[in-house]
Design a protein around this ligand. Structure first.
Ligand code: ADP
Ligand code: ADP
Length: 227
């Protein structure tokens, strides 16, 4: 469970990126953060990921105050999260497999275990046949699927994806959204920002932001869990 209460975030230049946002997201939900460019979607994801702190308000994840985490406890939070963020592209100096192994190597897993899990993660994204390829040789949609494999290789409880379909054509965007949806079905909470409204009907929940405020929020489609 993720809960934000009265969260505001302002940046140095007097820009109010988020304004008094209160919301909660249940375990296993697939939530779309919708709204135009500049609405505050990325900022909201970075606050949930603990990458930035709110100017005021509280961010709680499974009972833990994310907005009060110290630098030393952040790595523990990070292990529960699969992050697919803007500007965190694949490393082109190594293979697809090595890219997906990296998060496991960073947390101290053996190379052997990392390789097994990275293959399994690539398998889930239908990308294992490209394991030994350079990221440079992949299409945009394939690169994004590898980025998802890298984000989920540590079996996160929560996936945060910032505009994962940006720059993709429709077919590739559908593949990427379906891949995230498959993880949600297996119990992972997914929070996906997008200004691309064609996917809204995939979501359990849509949170619509504009100018830093939640202007609309609705629940649709199948409930995440059977009642
Ligand atoms: P979205 O993801 O919906 O496009 P953002 O969260 O990126 O929106 O941005 C919300 C507002 O905050 C915008 O006005 C943007 O320019 C501003 N902003 C975002 N990050 C920073 C930053 N690091 N420094 C200053 N302003 C920022
Ligand atoms: P295995 O359990 O043998 O690793 P799976 O096909 O069940 O194979 O999973 C493939 C990979 O997908 C896992 O190794 C893991 O890295 C990743 N994964 C991440 N989150 C989940 C999840 N909730 N359920 C299953 N697999 C996940």
């Amino acid at each position: 469970m993720i809960e934000l209460k009265h969260v505001s975030k302002s940046y140095a230049q007097g820009i109010l990126a988020l304004r008094d946002v209160t919301l909660s997201i249940g375990d296993g939900e697939l939530v779309f953060l919708a709204g135009p460019s500049g609405a505050g979607k990325s900022t909201l994801l970075r606050l949930i990921a603990g990458l930035e702190k709110p100017t005021s308000g509280t961010v709680v994840m499974n009972g833990q105050r994310i907005d009060q985490l110290t630098a030393s406890s952040l790595p523990y939070l990070r292990r529960k999260l699969g992050l697919i963020l803007q500007g965190q592209g694949l490393l082109n100096d190594r293979s697809v497999l090595a890219n997906v192994m990296l998060p496991m190597i960073v947390v101290g897993e053996s190379v052997q275990e990392a390789e097994i899990r990275a293959y399994a993660a690539l398998e889930r994204l239908n990308m294992s046949d490209k394991a030994h390829t350079s990221p440079l040789a992949l299409s945009g949609g394939e690169q994004q699927r590898v980025a998802i494999a890298r984000a989920i290789v540590n079996r996160p409880q929560i996936i945060l994806a910032d505009e994962p379909t940006a720059y993709l054509d429709r077919d590739n965007a559908v593949i990427v959204v379906n891949a995230l949806r498959a993880f949600q079905r297996s119990g992972v909470t997914c929070i996906i920002s997008s200004h691309d409204e064609q996917f809204l009907d995939q979501a359990n929940r849509v949170i619509y932001l504009n100018k830093g405020e939640v202007v609309d929020s609705w629940t649709s489609g199948q409930p995440a869990t059977e009642m």
